[in-house]
Design a protein. Structure first.
Length: 308
């Protein structure tokens, strides 16, 4: 789960924005039964997650990111080196990297929550690659991987990457995380002040394992009134929350794709052939016995019908 309500909510706090965001989180956590969540710019030190979830926080000056985890399924690694925090640019844009282990010991994973800096605006990939300032996060992930030996990585971030920047470029090239790049779909989640423009598909969830993700954008219809943070001509840059479900393997059904239809057609053809063969055998048999035998059979049938 990824959400950046943005700092205006907590500084201006018009229409009870702070209370509304925190009440929404209290609903989202159990409703989606979240494993992990990153919430950016949740600037309220008194907020406590619902029972069953805990959080770590990384702060760079006024910017901060919380990384929440489900304590009924996951526990943090006790190793000090299993966590890394830092700023992606000096005194701004925080990240946190933490290794977790499932309570049954079956799974280990590294989860990173981050608020990326803004890259320069322009077409193509090279400008993004040279201005995205992702090196500190890359080093943080690499250090936790070295310390724990865990290779599975989940990234939950306000990436500030333009819509034409594939998630694979971020995960595989910028952060040098080996493996596939499984990503939430790129959605128009940012921002209230720009009308959720096509170019600003910033909020993403990625992993280097699994088969695919299902993506749900919340508040994707009419926005609640507390989203509107306006001071004169300035508007707040509220982001819509993103929920993603990571599937570990492709689901298969009996009748999907060309293979399924081929099997279906073969079965129908087999049944039709059998029925046709039986019908033909009946016709041939009747013709061969035409005469006394057939006459007797017809008479027996008539007698039987008249007695019923």
């Amino acid at each position: 789960f990824m959400w950046n309500p943005h700092w205006q909510c907590f500084v201006w706090n018009e229409n009870s924005c702070v209370k509304s965001v925190e009440q929404s989180l209290d609903v989202f956590f159990p409703a989606f039964d979240l494993d992990f969540a990153a919430v950016v710019e949740l600037d309220d030190s008194t907020y406590a997650a619902p029972y069953g979830w805990t959080s770590n926080v990384s702060r760079c000056n006024h910017d901060l990111v919380h990384l929440f985890s489900n304590t009924r399924r996951w526990q943090k690694s006790p190793l000090a080196e299993a966590q890394a925090t830092g700023c992606m640019v000096p005194d701004d844009r925080p990240f946190i990297v933490q290794q977790f282990e499932s309570l049954d010991g079956a799974e280990k994973v590294i989860v990173a929550g981050a608020h990326f800096p803004h890259p320069h605006y322009g077409p193509g990939l090279e400008l993004y690659k040279t201005t995205a300032s992702t090196d500190p996060l890359r080093e943080g992930i690499a250090s936790v991987k070295r310390a724990t030996g865990v290779e599975k990585v989940i990234l939950i971030a306000d990436t500030n990457a333009w819509s034409w920047i594939p998630s694979a470029v971020i995960l595989q090239e910028q952060l040098q995380v080996a493996g596939p790049a499984i990503s939430s779909s790129l959605e128009r989640t940012c921002c209230f002040d720009n009308g959720f423009a096509e170019a600003t598909k910033f909020d993403r969830i990625m992993a280097n394992f699994g088969s695919h993700m299902d993506t749900t954008v919340l508040y994707d219809g009419d926005l609640p009134s507390w989203v509107n943070q306006t001071h004169g001509l300035k508007k707040g840059a509220f982001h819509k929350p993103v929920f993603a479900r990571l599937h570990m393997q492709e689901e298969t059904t009996a009748l999907t794709g060309w293979t399924g239809w081929a099997i279906f057609a073969a079965v129908i053809l087999g049944i039709s052939t059998t029925v046709l063969a039986l019908a033909l055998c009946g016709i041939v048999a009747c013709r061969r016995c035409r005469g006394v035998g057939c006459k007797n059979w017809e008479e027996d049938s008539s007698d039987s019908e008249s007695q019923s």
